[in-house]
Design a protein around this ligand. Structure first.
Ligand SMILES: NC(=O)c1ccc[n+]([C@@H]2O[C@H](COP(=O)([O-])OP(=O)(O)OC[C@H]3O[C@@H](n4cnc5c(N)ncnc54)[C@H](O)[C@@H]3O)[C@@H](O)[C@H]2O)c1
Length: 343
């Protein structure tokens, strides 16, 4: 598998990468809300298409619209499609580029914290099918992912919180550089500053760059999620169940954070985690402004866990944190998990 080309640079310098005669036509799909950032990249695009970054539009219909637009604009097989926006935009764009003319090159400029540390990294590109998330998709790497600090300046604090859970998740999985503590400290300071990033974007930049590198490393070693990549699902089995049970009213990042706390409790109740891990993580997440309390009694999540799309033969892979920097997977039945958490 090709290594992911993650490029950290100011947004005004992104366009330089696309210059040169062999570069081919460049087309941009931009989230309507970040059009100003798309214009600041300095990319000389042959066309720019604005889309609404809503989960409902993360559909096959939008992919068809993009492909039709590319065809009308004369995009050939040497063209490159650039997705600028959060995870909704990068997921749709990566998928459209992967199927248009059997696949053209693509690149991303992720503009949310979540997409910079997670969605734009790792090569999973896809769209929803009816109410089933990410049901249709491909695994294919972009030619480049540009991580620029500036777009975070316009990101609402709720979106910072949504990405914060994935950022902390990454350092719970791999704390080899001791960045979990630094991430908690930085996110707590941002919360204390009323959600303003001023003065913190520099430090956050280092954390984003390390988290993106960790995800890229894991996804590069196990692109098809047969082994190590499963670890990235820490908090997600419970998280998806919480999202489903809440009718999607609990945001994904918050659901993942609640899921990590449940996974820690499960690991402690089975004697696998170090004592006090759950309380430590809960306190850290709260300090960062991330909600941790699952709004439902655990029994209500059992059915949703059973229907988890990664369930195999009645067993579900749960990622359990043993301590910060050490997580492992265990295949467990949702009924056993429910019983263990009710103890
Ligand atoms: N492919 C993967 O591996 C992967 C991993 C995780 C999540 N995802 C997907 O990512 C999606 C969520 O992504 P997201 O959280 O980035 O959300 P998003 O793309 O929906 O963006 C969230 C909101 O922020 C706005 N926005 C984006 N950048 C902005 C900026 N710089 N300033 C102001 N507003 C801005 C958007 O318009 C939108 O309203 C989900 O569809 C999820 O399935 C994919």
């Amino acid at each position: 598998m090709d290594r992911v080309n993650i490029i950290h640079r100011p947004i005004g310098e992104v366009g330089l990468w696309f210059s040169g005669e062999e570069a081919g036509y460049v087309f941009i799909v931009s989230d309507r809300n970040v059009r100003r950032w798309a214009d600041r990249t300095g990319i000389k695009a042959k066309g720019i298409l604005e889309i609404d970054a809503l989960e409902d539009y993360k559909s096959f219909g939008t992919v068809v619209d993009i492909c039709r637009w590319l065809m009308e604009m004369g995009a050939d097989r040497n063209s490159i499609l650039v997705g600028i926006g959060g995870g909704v935009t990068t997921d749709i764009t990566g998928f459209a580029a992967s199927v248009y003319k059997r696949g053209i090159r693509f690149a991303f400029v992720p503009t949310t914290l979540l997409s910079q540390v997670d969605a734009a990294i790792g090569g999973k590109n896809g769209v929803n099918l009816d109410s089933f998330k990410n049901m249709i998709g491909v695994i294919r790497q972009p030619d480049a992912v540009f991580i620029c600090p500036e777009p975070l300046d316009t990101l609402p604090y709720t979106q910072i919180i949504s990405g914060a859970a994935e950022l902390l998740k990454t350092f719970i999985i791999d704390n080899s550089k001791g960045l979990y503590g630094k991430a908690v400290e930085t996110l707590s300071r941002i919360r204390e500053a009323g959600g303003k990033l001023d003065g913190y974007s520099g430090i956050l930049g280092e954390l984003i760059s390390e988290a993106a590198a960790i995800k890229a490393g894991i996804a590069g070693r196990d692109p098809f999620e047969r082994d190590e990549r499963r670890l990235l699902n820490l908090g997600h089995t419970f998280g998806h169940a919480i999202e489903k049970e809440s009718g999607e009213s609990v945001p994904h990042g918050n659901a993942v954070a609640m899921g990590i706390i449940l996974a820690a409790r499960l690991a402690e109740n089975t004697g696998l985690a170090e004592k006090g891990l759950t309380e430590r993580l809960e306190a850290d997440f709260k300090a960062c402004g991330i909600p941790t309390g699952c709004p439902f009694e655990i029994g209500r999540l059992t059915e949703a866990m059973r229907k988890d799309k990664k369930a195999e033969g009645g067993l579900v892979h749960f990622v359990l944190p043993f301590k910060v920097g050490h997580v492992e997977t265990r295949s467990l039945s949702p009924d056993d998990v429910t019983r263990l958490l009710q103890e």
